[in-house]
Write a protein that binds this ligand. Structure first.
Ligand code: NAD
Ligand code: UDP
Length: 322
């Protein structure tokens, strides 16, 4: 059994990863500054003696011991990463240098949670790992997508120059229980709006596409990538089931039995038109492919949101956090 460090461990994906690693019998240390993460995400793990939470900002040095590092710390929703773009870049650059430096000292493997956003508004469809992307270096998404591109460069350079077993996974839109109500990403926005009977806000005409992966599938891919010796990626992890944002809205309205209307709002600048992963490499190298279809994934997510709304959870003011 290993002692595993998960940066961003109090966030949406990080908390699911911590939970799964504990089930597998490992010790887990979640490192998080609680910008978009919540201690509530870790409530069920709190009393497990194999689990520790460490409040820490990864842009500062971290002196800690462990056998593996999953590096997820970084706000993921456009609303959150654009709130303080310079901080987002610092998190991706200085935070990634610090965690790679930690792995160099520990001689521990490292896994970077990169993103499909490294492909920008892609001109190639579906996106293969060999595609270099179409990214605006000075646009509103650049603090995140250029930040992640530098983080990937750092991972490769630390591997080549410093012998760190640094791996890269490129995550495509992933959803599931524990997303924040005010996360700003599309699945959480639409579910909250549908459950509260509010208008469903389609940005633009809603014909832009995404491919949505359920969180449990993604976490399985993370663990397979971390534990495959000699495999470093980058590898796409996502569900190739592409749909338009309008289709997603219609599915959520139907599953919630909501009376909400679909309304159109302005399309954010540089919003990618189409996104779908080519997962041939993940299938070949990791034997991984997603299992959960959109209907059942949405049902599980809706059930979680309903239960939290009933329990009185309110959207948080993230501007008060950091
Ligand atoms: P999230 O916002 O729920 O989680 C991010 C976590 O990182 C939060 O707990 C936050 O408090 C923490 N964090 C942010 N800055 C930090 C810092 N400087 N120091 C320490 N902790 C910090 O988002 P998520 O969806 O769980 O995403 C996790 C990772 O996966 C991110 O790196 C994101 O870029 C990547 N990713 C996610 C998706 C997705 O669809 N969910 C897609 C692509 C990439
Ligand atoms: N979107 C939308 N309504 C919302 C939130 C998002 O139509 O209330 C759209 C957004 O413009 C984008 C897609 O949904 O085209 C996915 O947005 P999200 O922020 O979830 O992820 P990303 O753009 O990073 O893929």
């Amino acid at each position: 059994m290993a002692r595993i460090i998960v940066t961003g461990g109090a966030g949406f994906l990080g908390s699911h990863l911590c939970e799964r690693l504990l089930i597998l019998g490992h010790e887990v240390i979640a490192v998080d500054n609680l910008f978009t993460g919540r201690k509530e995400n870790l409530l069920s793990l709190r009393d497990n003696p194999k689990f520790e939470f460490y409040r820490h900002d990864v842009i500062e040095h971290l002196l800690i011991e462990g056998d593996q590092v999953y590096h997820l710390a970084c706000p993921a929703s456009p609303v959150h990463y654009q709130y303080n773009p310079v901080k987002t870049i610092k998190t991706n650059v200085m935070g990634t240098i610090n965690m790679l430096g930690l792995c160099k000292r520990l001689k521990a493997p490292f896994l970077l949670a990169s993103t499909s956003e490294v492909y920008g508004d892609p001109l190639e469809h579906p996106q293969k790992e060999s595609y270099w992307g179409n990214v605006n270096p000075i646009g509103p998404r650049s603090c995140y997508d250029e930040g992640k591109r530098v983080a990937e460069t750092l991972a490769v350079n630390y591997r080549q120059s410093n012998g760190v077993g640094a791996k890269i996974v490129r995550i495509f839109n992933t959803y599931g229980p524990r997303m924040l109500f005010d996360d700003g990403r599309v699945v959480s926005n639409f579910i909250v709006q549908a459950l509260l009977g509010q208008d469903i806000t389609l940005y633009g005409d809603g014909r832009q596409t995404r491919s949505f992966c359920f969180v449990d599938d993604l976490i399985e891919g993370f663990i397979l990538a971390m534990n495959k010796p000699g495999f470093f990626g980058p590898v796409n992890l996502g569900n190739p089931n592409e749909m338009s944002i309008r289709e997603l809205a219609e599915a959520i309205v139907k599953l919630t039995g909501s009376c909400s209307k679909l309304v159109n709002r302005g399309l954010p600048k540089d919003d990618p038109v189409r996104r779908r992963p080519d997962i041939t490499l993940a299938k070949q190298e990791l034997g991984w492919s997603p299992k959960v279809d959109i209907q059942s994934g949405l049902q599980k997510t809706i059930a979680d949101f309903e239960q939290r709304l009933k329990a009185g959870e309110k959207p948080r003011d993230i501007t008060a956090a950091v």
